[in-house]
Design a protein around this ligand. Structure first.
Ligand code: NAD
Length: 425
């Protein structure tokens, strides 16, 4: 079974749980045949992208845009530049975006895009030409009311700016709302750069309030955290948690990780990474591998790099009691079920990293209104949205006696099902 089949198989499981629980309270026979629609993406686009490289030769790259569902609003989802990008991965990520937007009640559907390449091998000029080529190739299927891309792994605000600029040239007018995650100078939202991490942090604190006493800073110092990945999601999360008084003991990037059980000074780690190119070899910390980071004796583990990093074979070695999924799909489905049986609390990606799409939504609202909010307002609204979603998922978890991922899916499936029903097939 491939990754996409695994992802959509969860739908049947969720529908069965809802049917079983609801039928105990009601005589009505519940059917979920309309959910079949969500097993098939609405549109799958593969494009060939010609780019003149700096040495003058022509190279063709392959790009994708998968538009999974627009039942609850325009398609929405990031664009990933990575050597492992393939169609199955993009389809799974697009499906998860549909679930995520429904979980946190953002009026969007789900999509995802990607180009198979190693962006570290391209010059800035080559990256710009590639981004513009991709924009031209998908221009007819995106737009502010149709499909709104955003950043993901190895795509930056600068890349979003090129996309916005190329699309605006094609349309003959400024169209900032075609993409989110833009630099603030051209319509980006304050707070979008840290939104995924900040949202995950708000969710984590909401959950901690439910399960532990966090009344003093000393309590926070006692909570150790390991973060895998040191990019937009991982670095910002490590910094926010460290600044809030938690003990961030390990971080990592693609070259490896570092560990100090007394805690790391995240600002100093950034300075070290900026000068040396990696977090590894940081003074007063031990170098560890990315695999070792995942099994450290910490309270909270935050995978914030890639999908499928925690497999069934690792379950017995995991020592964390909470896993906050800032990356998309970092825990394999079978591992997730086994960890839940071991009472490890997994805060699922569709909730934990939904701060990114939530502030993307705020950015799009500001673009369409041409009226921009202060950072405090963005933060306050993000906090409110994350707290609402966390509380509803927690209540659903208690009511259906399921883990948090299943509860989040139940919330999403019910919202999607109602939307499909009222719109009609
Ligand atoms: P990024 O490109 O900013 O950072 C990726 C990080 O992962 C880098 O630090 C890189 O060094 C590290 N990395 C690469 N290969 C690795 C490996 N083999 N082991 C460990 N670390 C490795 O990407 P990002 O935006 O931070 O995205 C990370 C995850 O968060 C992805 O799963 C993405 O889908 C998810 N996510 C991001 C956002 C967002 O707004 N950026 C929103 C939702 C979800």
């Amino acid at each position: 079974m491939n990754q996409y089949e695994h992802a959509i198989n969860q739908l049947d499981k969720i529908c069965a749980i809802i049917k079983k629980t609801e039928s105990e309270d009601s005589e009505a026979e519940l059917t979920y045949h309309e959910m079949e629609i969500l097993k098939h993406p609405n549109r799958v686009t593969e494009v060939s992208l010609p780019v003149i490289m700096d040495d003058g030769h022509l190279k063709i790259f392959t790009g994708y845009r998968v538009q999974h569902s627009n039942i609850r609003g325009p398609y929405k989802g990031g664009i990933r530049f990575h050597p492992q990008v393939d169609l199955n991965e993009v389809k799974s990520l697009a499906f998860w975006m549909t679930i995520k937007c429904a979980t946190v009640d953002i009026p969007y559907g789900g999509a995802k895009g990607g180009i198979t390449l190693d962006p570290k091998q391209l010059s800035l000029g080559e990256l710009e030409r590639l981004t513009r080529s991709y924009t031209r190739a998908i221009a007819n299927i995106i737009g502010p009311e149709v499909d709104i891309p955003a950043p993901d792994v190895y795509t930056t605000p600068q890349i979003m700016a090129w996309l916005m600029d190329e699309y605006s040239k094609i349309r003959g007018k400024n169209v900032p709302a075609v993409v989110t995650g833009k630099p603030v100078e051209i319509g980006g939202s304050l707070g979008r750069d840290t939104a995924t991490a900040q949202g995950g942090f708000f969710v984590l604190e909401e959950v901690l309030k439910k399960i532990s006493n966090l009344s003093s800073d000393q309590n926070k110092k006692d909570i150790s955290i390991a973060v895998q990945g040191f990019g937009n999601a991982g670095y910002n999360f490590a910094k926010i948690a460290h600044d809030a008084g938690y003990r961030v003991v390990a971080v990592s990037d693609s070259k490896g990780g570092i560990y100090n059980e007394e805690g790391l000074d995240i600002e100093k780690v950034v300075e070290h990474k900026n000068s040396s190119g990696s977090v590894i070899n940081f003074p007063n910390a031990k170098n560890i591998s990315n695999e070792e980071l995942l099994v450290l004796p910490v309270k909270i583990l935050v995978p914030a790099a890639f999908e499928n990093v925690i497999s069934l074979e690792m379950v017995n070695d995991i020592k964390a009691s909470i896993i906050l999924e800032l990356a998309n799909g970092p825990v394999k489905i079978d591992a997730s079920e086994a960890l839940a049986e071991k009472d490890v609390l997994i805060i699922p990606d569709v909730l934990a990293n939904a701060g990114g799409v939530t502030v993307s939504y705020f950015e799009w609202v500001q673009n369409t209104r041409q009226y921009y909010w202060e950072l405090e307002k963005v933060r306050a609204r993000l906090k409110e949205k994350m707290a609402q979603a966390t509380n509803l998922i927690w209540e659903t978890k208690e009511r259906y006696k399921v883990d948090m991922r299943t509860a989040a899916y139940i919330v999403a499936v019910e919202r999607l099902r109602k939307a499909i029903k009222v719109r009609g097939i």
